[in-house]
Write a protein that binds this ligand. Structure first.
Ligand code: CP3
Length: 365
């Protein structure tokens, strides 16, 4: 038996009527008519769910990302519980970087911590190119998930070069990204070498997921909002373009997301996205004017709003659906990830509400 490495067979199967490539989520990404506005939540697989905390009780984060059985179960948990329109692969943005040889760990309550932060050209050289054999557990988990999920699409993801570089240069999470910006402004050549290397790793990591059958990918540039538009265009856009435009031939929707990116929405679309993720600070109708008519939007309920009384949440969901109608396609989501303290029952109610409020009569009915 030969193993398909392009994903072509999986894509053919996925595009059958009613299959994942014809799902409301993928249709909205492609700006096609939908029976209802699709909804999923960034960080839906994770600590807001008791069944997640239970399964992770004695397994370290990176270890759990390398066990296809756990990845599959954790990815499915929010789909079963909330009836979201898409699953997102359970993994982390630093998984491919670890596979590329960087010594790091994910510390509970802190996030990714890098043993020897990147400072020199030699440090950059040590970040090896990766392929499927470096992340066999991701390939296997995606294949298992595609079978289990049936008609529900699976979203693959990776961290974008700037956000990954920030963890590598700072050595861990950072508020102001001081060392990262010092490197960027002080040694642009080294910066471009690092970001270029990370773009290659990210592109390869997404290709593994696509070949295994994911229906869409999201590039997380969570911390890009720390930059001015001019600096984003000079230091980051070329590398994120390597990733997103490099996937143009894959034939699946590409989502590009960051936080605090009101000034960057146009540029983030230009990187080669089909969908631009918007945080809660920019109304979706305003975002659409910045992004242009040829891209869908995703967002943008403030994750903190889920702690408000239900009538407040309901009014916000209505507002976001109304403003989302200005866009040629809308995928409902939060403006950033689900917070660990969130009541999962509220998430389930939001999914049902989005479906109810956005239901459109079937064509010809
Ligand atoms: O449901 C999903 O969205 C899929 C899973 C997912 C995780 N990380 C699991 C995870 C995704 C998409 C990510 C992406 C990620 N990781 C980003 C981009 C998205 C964003 O939120 O901006 C970033 C910046 C990271 C880096 C990272 N990893 C952070 C900041 C943390 C949290 C640290 C903490 O403990 O507060 C992690 C760890 C992590 N990744 C957890 C999960 C469920 C929590 C660790 C745990 O459960 O033990």
């Amino acid at each position: 038996m030969t193993t398909d490495t392009t994903g072509a067979a999986a894509r053919d199967d996925a595009s059958r009527p009613g299959g994942p490539a014809d799902s409301p989520f993928v249709r909205a990404c492609r700006r096609r008519p939908v029976p209802h506005t699709p909804v999923w939540f960034m960080r839906q697989a994770g600590r807001s769910l008791p069944e997640y905390r239970e399964i992770r009780a004695n397994v370290a984060m990176l270890e759990s990302c390398r066990r296809p059985d756990l990845v599959t179960e954790i990815t499915l948990q929010p789909v079963r519980r909330h009836k979201v329109d898409a699953a997102i692969l359970f993994s982390d943005i630093v998984v491919p970087v670890a596979a590329a040889g960087v010594d790091l760990d994910i510390v509970p309550g802190t996030g990714p911590v890098v043993a020897e932060p990147v400072r020199t050209a030699a440090d950059v050289q040590r970040i090896r190119p990766i392929g499927r054999d470096d992340v066999p557990y991701v390939d296997e988990a995606v294949r298992m998930l595609v079978k289990e999920l049936g008609d529900t699409p699976l979203i693959g993801f990776a961290g974008a070069p700037f956000t990954l570089a920030s963890y590598l240069v700072e050595g861990g999470p950072s508020r102001n990204h001081v060392k990262t910006k010092a490197l960027m402004y002080g040694d642009p050549e080294l910066w471009h070498a690092l970001a270029g290397r990370l773009a290659e790793v990210t592109l390869a990591f997404l290709r593994v997921q696509i070949a295994a059958g994911v229906s869409a990918v999201q590039l997380f540039d969570s911390w890009a909002g720390a930059l001015s538009e001019a600096d984003y265009r000079r230091f980051v856009l070329p590398h994120s373009t390597t990733v997103l435009s490099g996937l143009a031939d894959a034939g699946i929707p590409r989502i590009h997301f960051g936080v605090g990116t009101a000034e960057l929405l146009g540029a983030m679309g230009e990187a080669g996205a089909d969908v631009v993720g918007v945080d809660w600070r920019t109304p979706l109708d305003v975002a659409t004017r910045r992004i242009g008519p040829d891209k869908a939007v995703q967002g943008n309920l403030d994750p903190c709003l889920l702690f408000a009384p239900w009538p407040v949440i309901e009014a916000e969901v209505r507002r976001i659906l109304d403003q989302g109608r200005a866009a040629p396609g809308h995928v409902f989501n939060l403006g950033h990830g689900v917070l660990p303290e969130t009541d999962p029952e509220v998430l389930t109610r939001v999914v049902a509400l989005v479906h109810e409020l956005s239901a459109r009569p079937a064509e010809g009915a």
